[in-house]
Structures are given as C-alpha cells and as structure tokens.
Ligand binder design. Structure first.
Ligand code: ADP
Ligand code: MG
Length: 218
C-alpha cells in the first residue's frame, strides 16, 4: 500500500511516542526493506532527527537505519513528501500543545497508536486523546486506532481495575504491551533501534514485532 501512514500520537508528553515511533519504523523496515520505510519527526524539538544523526555518525551503525525526515515548518507538506518517497511512513506526532498539527497529520494517517502509561492519572489523560482520534474519523473514516500500553513494569501485570478503566475508553487497547526496558533507552542513546542491540535488545525487539504483527495482521 503506497504511502501507508502509521502515526504515534498522544496529547500527553512523555508517554513514549518518540521511543515507539523510532523502533516501530525500524521493525517495519526489517520486514519490508529499508528504503520502503521512512520516519517523519513532527516534534518541533526534533529529538529523533538529532539521535538519527548521532547514530549515522558511527559508520558501522548505518546498516538498517530508517531515514528520518524533519517535519520543519510545514509538517503536513513534509508528510505528503514522505508518503511519495516511502511505501510506509511512521510519524512521531508533536506533543500536546501542537494539537492542530497533530490533527492535520492524523487526517492523512491510516493507523494511529496512542501510547498510554499504566497509571491511573495517565489513563485519564489518554481518554482525551482517544476521544480526539474518534472525532477525527469524521474527516478520515478509515483511521484505525489503538491504545498501546507502554512502560509496563517488568514482572507486573495490569491491575484488574486498570484493565476495566482501559476498556471504558473509546479506542481499544492492543493485547501486546511494551515493558519498561533499559534497551529502549540505550538504543536511542546509541542512535540505533533495539534491533541493532543484539542480545541486549532481543526482548524489546520481540515486543515491537508483536505490536507490528497485531496492527498489520501479518
Ligand atoms: N518502554 C520503555 N522502556 C523504558 N523507557 C522508556 C520506554 N518508553 C519510553 N521510555 C522513556 O520515557 C521517556 C519518555 O519517552 P518519549 O519517547 O520521549 O516520550 P514522548 O515522545 O511521548 O514525549 C524517555 O526518557 C524514554 O527513554
Ligand atoms: Mg517525543
């Protein structure tokens, strides 16, 4: 599917948008071929653009890196350009304050993942994002959306109360969850994805693969 867009969005900062977008793009590139996948960094702070440049500086690390495009002053136009260049585009959407920008990006997206931290306060912040995404379907009726529980404490399961509260939101949660793992932090620090960390990233990479399997159905 040409120019298929997977957005990672939330009105809440710090829930893992950039971390997940970075590794999901890497996972898609492994499945589909590196040139077929691009990552659009639509956060004005440009964290992923920075770390990608950092990674590319270590020549031995370049194999398998996904091209990262900075969105610049016109994220919508940048997304259209990225869609022409790549069969798949993963978008790291801007944080809360850039709501209008996020809405324009979601108007072109096919799928959106909303990262949610497994804590009650974060859950309710995500309720607003979920509602906004549902409203977006007026303009973009085909938009598929899921919550993705991120930074689950190792060895812990979601409490029954959390699961019940999640089920109340207007967007379903993926069965796949992502745990809090040092590999997600070290990968970005090294300018690579969890796939390039070898044994250190194996469990993290498996989680990202599961998410991709669940959303793409393959
Ligand atoms: N699954 C995870 N395991 C460990 N650390 C994580 C995970 N997801 C995100 N983080 C860390 O949490 C912080 C916020 O994540 P980030 O991707 O920057 O969120 P956002 O882009 O939504 O603001 C960062 O320090 C990041 O390294
Ligand atoms: Mg971010």
């Amino acid at each position: 599917m040409a120019g298929h867009v997977l957005a990672v969005a939330s009105l809440k900062g710090g829930c893992g948008k950039s971390t997940l977008a970075w590794n999901l793009a890497a996972g898609l590139a492994r499945r589909e071929g590196p040139e077929r996948v691009g990552l659009l960094d639509a956060d004005p702070q440009g964290a992923l653009t920075h770390w990608a440049a950092w990674g590319a500086a270590g020549a031995e690390r370049q194999g398998g890196m996904v091209p990262v495009h900075a969105a610049g002053a016109d994220p919508d136009a940048a997304l259209v350009r990225a869609m022409r260049r790549h069969a798949r585009v993963v978008v790291d959407c801007p944080p809360s304050l850039d709501m209008a920008v996020t809405q324009r990006l979601l108007a072109r997206a096919h799928m959106v993942l909303i990262p949610v931290l497994p804590s009650p306060l974060d859950l309710w912040a995500s309720a607003r994002t979920a509602r906004t995404v549902v409203e977006m379907r007026r303009d973009n009726p085909g938009l598929q959306a899921w919550l993705l529980i991120n930074q689950v404490e190792p060895g812990s399961a979601l409490s029954r109360a959390m699961s019940r509260a999640l089920a109340e939101l207007e967007v379903p949660a993926l069965a796949s969850m992502v745990r809090r793992r040092a590999a997600f932090r070290s990968a970005i620090l090294e300018g690579v994805s969890v796939y390039q960390l070898g044994a250190r990233g194996r469990e993290a990479a498996r989680e990202i693969d599961q998410v991709l399997q669940e959303v793409t159905g393959t």
